[in-house]
Design a protein around this ligand. Structure first.
Ligand code: GDD
Ligand code: MN
Length: 370
């Protein structure tokens, strides 16, 4: 059978939404050849019977999984039941308006691999969201941008409303937990161009949201699991190893210079202050350079692009970021030790962790841009 587009719609206890969903889709998609694949997790609320009766009049079918495995995994299973090469994923509860579907499909027909219904581009939004929910959602997007590089260009990587070409997921080994299927596709799918189409995420008028605190915790686990599966975690560990080697270079060189190299160890004499700090500065800068070289060819070898000019641009970038990192470390340590009265060694440690994260994230973002 040749359908032009398949809609994969996960459901759990959405019976009251099914009829309006199917009728609104049939109006919005008049003129298209389409099928609706409802992926239900054994709701037991009559959804199955209702869809089966609607299937006499509309191109809709239902797949019921007897054990509930969650939204994102229902969508992945749905790809296997969908017949066409353009696949639309959307919620059943009419929060994403069916009328927006044609503009997403149009973006695909114009060449995009992925078209995302986006709340965070001009013209999009969320109806009736509290400030808190808005902040949480933006925070979640920020976490994804920081830790998952392929999501960075997308303003709304949390969206559950998008269209893909089948080729994007054909060979991808998708294994999502929780709610955020798009993250999984952006990180593991094969795609080059993604566009965001604005839409208004409207208030639910029937049934209840299944998003709860557990889903929010699962989100963090999902990010971690994606970091693991895409090598981003290994990258972070490599950065830690390089950082450790930098400490050895820094300490080792300082010791060499002040014990055997004619520099005076730092103390309260004027020679100690002047000569000792010159030795320290040389040691710090040397360790920044060795760290840079190791990160360039080891941690970020896959993003080590361009010729000698971009090499030196990166070196300069790295240097600036690390110097700011050092200032942050000093600031944070003093904040905890002096202002909050924490134990000094603990304060130094907190300073190191924060400066380290700063160095990692900023360099990941700016120096070795993806
Ligand atoms: N098969 C299946 N299994 N479907 C599920 C499950 C499940 O365990 N849990 C939820 N669903 C279905 C719902 O029935 C609905 O059609 C859709 O997935 C979205 O669930 P909601 O409970 O309405 O989620 P939401 O509105 O809070 O979140 C949605 O919008 C967010 C954008 O703010 C989801 O699409 C999120 O992924 C998205 O980020
Ligand atoms: Mn919803």
């Amino acid at each position: 059978m040749n359908k032009n587009i398949s809609l994969v719609i996960p459901t759990y206890k959405e019976k009251d939404n099914i009829q309006p969903l199917v009728t609104r889709l049939s109006e919005a998609l008049a003129g298209y050849k389409y099928e609706i694949v409802i992926m239900d997790d054994n709701s037991g609320d009559g959804t199955e019977e209702l869809v089966n009766s609607l299937s006499e009049k509309y191109p809709v079918k239902i797949v019921v999984r007897r054990d509930k495995k969650g939204l994102a995994s229902a969508v992945v299973d749905g790809f296997g039941h969908a017949e066409s090469d353009i696949i639309i994923v959307m919620d059943a509860d009419l929060q994403p308006p069916p009328e927006v579907v044609p503009s997403l499909v149009k973006a695909i027909n114009e060449g995009a691999d992925i078209a995302i219904g986006s709340r965070y581009v001009e013209g999009g939004g969320c109806e009736g969201w509290s400030a808190l929910r808005r902040i949480m959602s933006k925070g979640a997007a920020l976490i994804s941008h920081l830790f998952l590089p392929s999501t960075r260009k997308i303003k709304d990587p949390m969206s559950g409303f998008f269209v893909i070409k089948r080729d994007v997921v054909k060979e991808a080994d998708l294994n999502p937990s929780g709610f955020k299927i798009l993250l999984e596709i952006l990180m593991l799918g094969k795609w080059e161009s993604a566009v965001e189409v604005p839409f208004m995420f409207v208030t639910r008028s029937r049934g209840e949201s299944k998003l709860n605190a557990k889903q929010q915790l699962d989100y963090l686990k999902h990010i971690y699991s994606l970091m693991q599966r895409t090598g981003e975690l290994v990258r972070f560990i490599k950065f830690c190893i390089v950082g450790g080697s930098g400490v050895i270079v820094n300490l080792g060189l300082y010791t060499l210079l002040t014990r055997y190299g004619g520099f005076t160890p730092i103390d309260d004499t004027s020679a100690g202050i002047l000569s000792g700090n010159i030795a320290l500065t040389i040691s710090i800068e040397t360790s920044i350079i060795t760290n840079f070289i190791l990160n360039n060819f080891f941690t970020f070898s896959d993003r080590n692009t361009g010729g000698i000019v971009s090499f030196f641009k990166r070196l300069l970038n790295f240097n600036l970021i690390c110097v700011v990192g050092a200032l942050i470390q000093i600031g944070v340590t003093n904040l905890f030790a002096v202002v909050f009265g924490f134990y000094d060694i603990l304060s130094v440690l907190i300073g190191i962790v924060i400066a380290f994260l700063w160095n990692y994230l900023l360099n990941n973002f700016l120096t070795w841009k993806k």
